[in-house]
Ligand binder design. Structure first.
Ligand code: GN1
Ligand code: MG
Length: 362
């Protein structure tokens, strides 16, 4: 349920804000948390978020991770005159040390709103190259974080788990959606690629593929750009945790290289844009080359396939389960998302040889 302005104001007043609150309005279009912008008459505006605690069940751990990450980045950037726009700052509660407030049912936090920053749902190749470099730098900055980070959603990007969840949804069929022949065909088509898509987990068990601290939600709309297209910072840090570098590489391309929308009902609009892939890969390699292993580099085209695939599986499992995870705008929304992500996967698959040749040439 959407909270009223009155409720939001009461929550916001639990935090140590500068100035009086003038207005609170919805912000952005995340599929998990609810986000609002607080305008004040003081020197700073703020971002208020209700954390989805059905999904992030350990909010204490979550905020702890985020604080460890932002403090570490802040240290690395010390001396940078623009530091306040390059790393998020969470506001402490007025009556507690914690940077979140709970009434026992809902969980809230506030960060300082970053000024003169822009978010996009799509980017051109030039901005993609900047973004690639920025995610490589983000991973590089966190490489020496000593404090261990917990997994806010255990096995978040584990493809074996996601495939199992789809199988479980299909077997349980709690709302009867398996009666639809299109759904049954799609299950078969998707499962034909399961073994191939689960190769990262196998290589990890064999000790061949490391996990590193990654952002794990590098959708293009989770980055802030300045007016010139330089990346200021990455936001939405809830899922920062150890994962394969494929997470950040693949999820950015899943959103940025898609010529259509994530939930495009018109599949003709959905295609995998190789110019975006090349620009992003070039930018990423520039900053990540120093720590990537040869196998990680060789598998970057796999990462570009894995994320449309994993997202197909996640949207589809949610559809079959009766839409319990992602916010939806209409009843078939998760099926429409599934079709669009599957189309994107097929399109990327057709371009795999070109991706491989390009990565080898770098
Ligand atoms: C969710 O929170 P948001 O909307 O940035 C999801 C991502 C998915 C994405 C699909 C915690 O991201 O993993 O890739 O939707 N986050 C979580 O758009 O599940
Ligand atoms: Mg987001």
């Amino acid at each position: 349920m959407t909270p009223t302005l009155q409720e939001l104001t009461t929550i916001a007043r639990r935090f140590d804000l500068k100035g009086e609150i003038l207005d609170i309005k919805p912000l952005g279009n995340g599929l998990i948390n609810d986000t609002f912008k607080i305008t004040t008459d003081g020197p700073e505006d703020y971002v208020l978020q209700r954390i989805n605690n059905a999904i992030f069940q350990d909010v204490d751990l979550l905020q702890h991770n985020i604080e460890a990450v932002t403090a570490h980045i802040r240290k690395k950037l010390s001396g940078d005159p623009d530091i306040e726009r390059k790393v998020l700052r969470f506001v402490p509660g007025k009556y507690s040390e914690k940077t979140y407030f709970t009434d026992g049912k809902t969980y809230w936090r506030i960060s300082v709103f970053i000024k003169d920053a822009y978010t996009y749902e799509t980017v051109n190749p030039e901005y993609s190259a900047f973004a690639g470099k920025a995610f490589g730098q983000f991973e590089a900055m966190l490489a020496d974080l000593e404090e261990p980070l917990g997994e806010t959603i255990p096995d978040f990007h584990n493809m074996e788990l996601r495939a199992r969840q789809l199988r479980e949804a299909v077997a349980a069929d709690p709302v009867g959606r398996m009666a639809d022949p299109e759904v049954r065909q799609l299950v078969a088509d998707i499962q034909a690629f399961e073994q191939e898509m689960c190769q990262a987990e196998r290589l990890h068990r064999e000790g061949k593929l490391p996990k590193r601290i990654c952002h794990c939600d590098t959708k293009v709309n989770n980055m802030l750009f300045d007016a010139d297209g330089n990346v200021l910072c990455v936001i939405d840090l809830d899922t920062v945790m150890p994962s394969f570098v494929f997470s950040d590489f693949g999820d950015f391309l899943r959103t940025a290289a898609n010529t259509g929308a994530e939930d495009d009902p018109d599949l003709d609009k959905v295609d995998f844009n190789m110019e975006i892939f090349k620009a992003f890969a070039r930018g990423y390699m520039e900053s990540a080359r120093v720590f990537l292993t040869p196998l990680e580099i060789e598998m970057l085209p796999y990462a570009a396939l894995l994320f449309p695939y994993m997202q197909t599986v996640r949207f589809f499992a949610d559809y079959i389960n009766g839409d319990t995870y992602y916010k939806i705008k209409y009843p078939e929304h998760n099926l429409v998302r599934t079709r669009a992500q599957w189309k994107l996967f097929r399109s990327a698959l057709a371009k795999r040889p070109e991706m491989e040749a390009f990565i080898a040439s770098l």
